[in-house]
Design a protein around this ligand. Structure first.
Ligand code: RB5
Length: 155
């Protein structure tokens, strides 16, 4: 799988370790993140945008975003149409987000989770398969809100 990865200064070391882990698993990694932890003036929306753009454009199948908490970078990625990004601090939510919500970008906080937990989160997320059916209907509703700002069934 081709996986885009991005991070701000808070996630440099975590990104490097997760990128190595992904390569060990046989994935191709596109690194769009900061590699200089001293560059503390960088802005997480840039990296959320880059990762989301690569996934939305079909240049990567999935994306992984890392900042201090995972929150800011996920907000940025989620502004791109077609992106379903979630912040996960444990593997159960990561797995269910892929099975039910068809998340295509996984985010977590380098200041929140340790590297071994982060690896478990990534593994569960990548191995889970979308279950379709009623979950697709709900994703279609999210897409409707994304495209129109409205949900016709509520208007
Ligand atoms: C940077 O200090 C920090 O605000 C950022 O990494 C992230 O946690 C934002 O959500």
């Amino acid at each position: 799988m081709i996986i885009a990865i991005g991070n701000d200064h808070a996630g440099v070391e975590m990104k490097q370790q997760i990128a190595a882990y992904l390569r060990e698993m046989g994935h191709e990694v596109i690194n769009t993140g900061n590699d200089d932890p001293a560059d503390r003036g960088d802005d997480y929306p840039v990296y959320g945008y880059r990762v989301g753009r690569l996934v939305a454009d079909g240049k990567a199948e999935r994306g992984i975003c890392i900042c201090g908490t995972g929150v800011g970078i996920s907000l940025a990625a989620n502004k791109i149409p077609g992106i379903r990004a979630c912040v996960c601090s444990e593997p159960y939510t990561a797995q269910l987000s892929a099975r039910h919500n068809r998340t295509n970008v996984l985010c977590f906080g380098a200041r929140v989770v340790g590297i071994e937990l982060a690896k478990m989160i990534v593994k569960e997320w990548l191995e889970a398969r979308f279950e379709g059916e009623r979950h697709q209907r709900r994703i279609d509703m999210i897409t409707e809100i994304e495209k129109t700002g409205r949900l016709a069934s509520e208007d």
